[in-house]
Design a protein around this ligand. Sequence first.
Ligand code: HAM
Length: 425
Amino acid sequence: MKPTIRPIKGTRDFYPAEMAFRTWLYGKMRAASQRFGYQEYEAPMLETLELYAAKSGEELVKEQSFVFTDRGGDTITLRPELTPSLARMVAQKQRELPKPIRWWSFGPFWRYERPQKGRTREFFQWNIDLLGVDSAYADAELVAVLVEFFRSVGLSAAQVVIKVNNRKLMEAQIKALGLETDKIDGIYKLIDKLDKLPTDKWRAYGRDDIGLSAAQIDQLSGLLNNRDLWQQSSELTAFFNAINDLGVSDYVEFDPAIIRGLAYYTGVVFEARECSGSFRAICGGGRYDNLVADVGGEPLGGMGFAMGDVVIGLVLEEYGLRPALRPIPTEALVTIFDATLIGTSARIAATLRSAGLNTELFPEAAKLDRQLKYANTQSIPVVIIIGPDEAAAGKATVRDLRSGQQQVVGQDQLVNVVRAVVSGQ
Ligand code: HAM
């Protein structure tokens, strides 16, 4: 066999079965978003590199972005995330847009990462954000949307956990340890790597790359293991109260080691994980109070998160929660008896389609057996057969492949009969 041209590393082909899963996932994300009153929007796939340089953080901009120069000489990026585009869109129409802004989106993103379990170079993300409300209830609402989604796909609090922290709390604690505040970005990077590196490598990173002493690393470790630290944060205390009121506290816990890799977060940060810990983060998000102003708008705070389609797919698979989906919901197949009757069958198929029935026409005259076998392999429930006698009498045979029953009906009755048989009445 001739070798096929290879797809690009880290991309995925969505054959109909995978596409059906993606569409199903999209439906669940849309339903959870709409349950809380969020409106769907979309931003361009192409943006200037400058947009991310504003605040996303070095790793995303310098190491992970797909960047190219267009024919006019401009530096263009395939979007690695949505939040800066959202901030830009809000800043552009800041006066006209009614507040609060509750928006959600689902689309493709690109990051030049090493492809591995849960990580691809082209992936889809559900983004959902609330801008213009700065309160514990706003922060908690996004977590409640996430729980709504988890419940809707059948994931329980025993299977997934939402780990929450607050950057203001961490900044104050790090300062209290006497660590230089100019090292804060580096320390956040170090915290973000805690579960990604083995302990000795993590300590070496803290020492060599961030410039901390062994004693400072010990102090930081102590902080990252203190599960009661949240009590020192009025924001987190209010947040956990709101989480209670919204009825989702069983999914949520405090974790001082959650800090997130993106540079623009200013308050609450969170990630969802599968409980056994054998998967990468299912989603991540947090509060960003300066991003809209950073891209040229008036100061406006926001809170949101994004969930990729890859890790959630693996987690649902692990728990047997990935639904068996039929890619094509064809309801009826019109067979072709012989070459002289192709026109009759085609006209009947057209009539059924006009009546709203999803109908396939067999592509050529063939033995009836072959046509029925095809309907079976495609799980098409109903076939229509028009032989010479039926055609002459203005009739057609409708066969229900599930029960094996069939009936001969006038072609003027066909739409009603097929509709009834398809719906099993
Ligand atoms: P993020 O943590 O960079 O946050 O990405 C969020 C989620 O996107 C991850 O938890 C993961 O599910 C998915 N994801 C990211 N990179 C990849 C990849 N290479 N392959 C597969 N999935 C991936 C953000 O993007 C923020 N903009 C989220 C946000 C929205 N914050 C506020 N609003």
